[in-house]
Design a protein around this ligand. Sequence first.
Ligand SMILES: C[S@@+](CC[C@H](N)C(=O)[O-])C[C@H]1O[C@@H](n2cnc3c(N)ncnc32)[C@H](O)[C@@H]1O
Length: 318
Amino acid sequence: MNSLSTVHFYDRSVEIDDHGDEILTGLLEKPRTLSPKFFYDEKGSELFTEITRQPEYYLTRVETALLRKHVDEISELIGEDFILVEYGSGSSEKIRILLDSLKPAIYAPLDISGEYLAQAAQALGREFPWLEVHATCVDFTGEFELPFTSTKRRVSFFPGSSIGNFDRSEAQSFLGRIRNLVGDAGGLLLGVDMKKDPRILNEAYNDRQGVTAAFNLNILVHLNREYGADFNVESFRHEARYNEEEGCIQMFLKSEQDQRVNLMGTCLEFTQGEKIHTENSHKYTVAEVEEMANEAGFSKIRTWQDDQGLFGLFYLSN
Ligand SMILES: C[S@@+](CC[C@H](N)C(=O)[O-])C[C@H]1O[C@@H](n2cnc3c(N)ncnc32)[C@H](O)[C@@H]1O
């Protein structure tokens, strides 16, 4: 553990071998898949932050406006003297909106992107000198415990509609795990992207600047660097489109030619047009979120939405 004034950093990243097996298994499946968690090396985190600034990417703009508008009510619902655990904190931009009102005893951001997390935590510590930060680099889809001890009540923050990366049943069990982490006295502030006109969704994931395309392709750069793969990144193309039946945006990398890729001693043969499925981003209705929250063990739900119903903020508790 490294300690920098009030900022502590814990590295609980899994061994590269564990993720290597997961990557290879996914790429050998048909259709080939990669978990979206592999987007997030340092460059991937920077590109995601860039995506949030694109005019088509309404998600961050609308969620941020909801947090600003309802910060007092959120603060009242959450109460005082608690640890705030953020899942997939990235740049920790959104929590800045809430900190002065919430005044948590400890802020505990969790993220898989270690270097980016460490920098974000230090920047936050400088900006909020009164705040005790315990940042943990961890894959939150695996089993883990908070690496510090405190008897204070826990409240979680899971913004950015990252819940949408799980399929419906996984999302519900993930909410159940957060419910266990926060216990009876805690709660979860959750940001969810809503079902809407597919044109708005398709534009959001195909921004004109090509930042989402660069973000998607960076997963191959990450695999080349960290896992010794030899993907020819230029010969894959970004694709994202809304699948109405599944209620989700699906992102792919499409091979533009027949080609071979070597990865950890295995040769993968791609045919022209073959795709790697890199992300699902499920969209929900308010009723679907409520049902999922109830099934995960939360009995009270407070909902805030923008006028157009693009995005939803939910405070789940008991
Ligand atoms: C869509 S971004 C959201 C970032 C930020 N919370 C926001 O709302 O703008 C997802 C974040 O979750 C992190 N992440 C993705 N999968 C993860 C995993 N399995 N474990 C830990 N962090 C993960 C990424 O590194 C990234 O910072």
